[in-house]
Design a protein around this ligand. Structure first.
Ligand code: UTP
Length: 225
């Protein structure tokens, strides 16, 4: 199976988690073709905030965010060692070319105006992925923020349109947060890419999802699972 995996930067709370992801990816790499897109998380938000306070434009803030995502990509590449392509490609064509080496491709952001969620959806379309897995710091998509509303209902499955309604509230500002970037949802819908959004704080979830277990929230043309 060809799988694009988006790992939110908020998941990388310590160096050990890079190591755990490397172990899971190494276990899966012989049977599946994997592309991993890594986010910038808290570190990106802190640097973006500093740049904004210093008067930088949103586009410059985005550039700074992209640099942080690429540093995270380099950390995961370090943990993966020889089985990873040694540098994070800077665009989709570069990612495709890197994958021809047979190595796992790990990259960060690409261009201003969106987030690594959107990058993962564009990449999934570009390489014709069978599945897009988005690993974040919640265990799926909720009707409202589960941290503010403990009674919020979690969805087992959603259509792209339903997910879009949920994420449309997300601010299109450098460093903003939501269950998935709306640009990414539109891309996934356009190419009918099946998605699973699940808890990335448990790296083993990646193996469970690829092995067909029902984990997190499934998103597709029809909300069945
Ligand atoms: P992230 O993808 O990490 O954003 O990129 P995020 O939504 O904060 O995700 P988490 O917290 O990691 O899950 C960090 C910032 O880098 C810029 C954006 O400003 C984004 O908010 N960025 C990233 C881009 O402008 N373009 C890209 O292709 C990627």
């Amino acid at each position: 199976m060809l799988v694009v995996v988006s790992i939110g930067g908020s998941v990388f709370s310590s160096w050990e988690i890079f190591k755990k992801y490397a172990e899971v990816i190494e276990m899966l790499k012989d049977e599946h073709e994997l592309f991993v897109v890594v986010g910038g998380g808290k570190t990106a938000r802190e640097y973006i905030q500093m740049a904004r306070s210093l008067g930088a434009s949103e586009g410059v803030c985005d550039r700074i965010g992209i640099e942080i995502t690429r540093i995270h990509a380099r950390l995961l590449i370090s943990a993966l060692g020889d089985c990873a392509y040694p540098v994070p490609p800077e665009d989709y064509e570069g990612a495709r070319l890197a994958s021809l080496t047979g190595k796992v491709v790990v990259m960060g952001g690409v261009s201003p105006g969106y987030t690594t969620d959107a990058v993962s959806a564009i990449l999934a379309d570009y390489v014709k992925a069978d599945l897009l897995v988005s690993l974040t710091s919640t265990d799926g998509v909720y009707e409202k923020d589960p941290e503010m509303y403990p009674d919020a209902r979690k969805f087992d499955s959603l259509t792209y349109k339903e997910l879009l309604d949920i994420v449309t509230e997300t601010e299109l500002k450098a460093g903003s947060k939501g269950p998935f970037d709306p640009v990414g949802v539109k891309i996934a819908e356009r190419s009918s890419i099946s998605m699973v959004i699940a808890d990335g704080r448990k790296p083993e979830n990646l193996a469970r999802i690829i092995n067909g277990e029902k984990v997190g929230t499934f998103v597709g043309t029809v909300a069945v699972r």
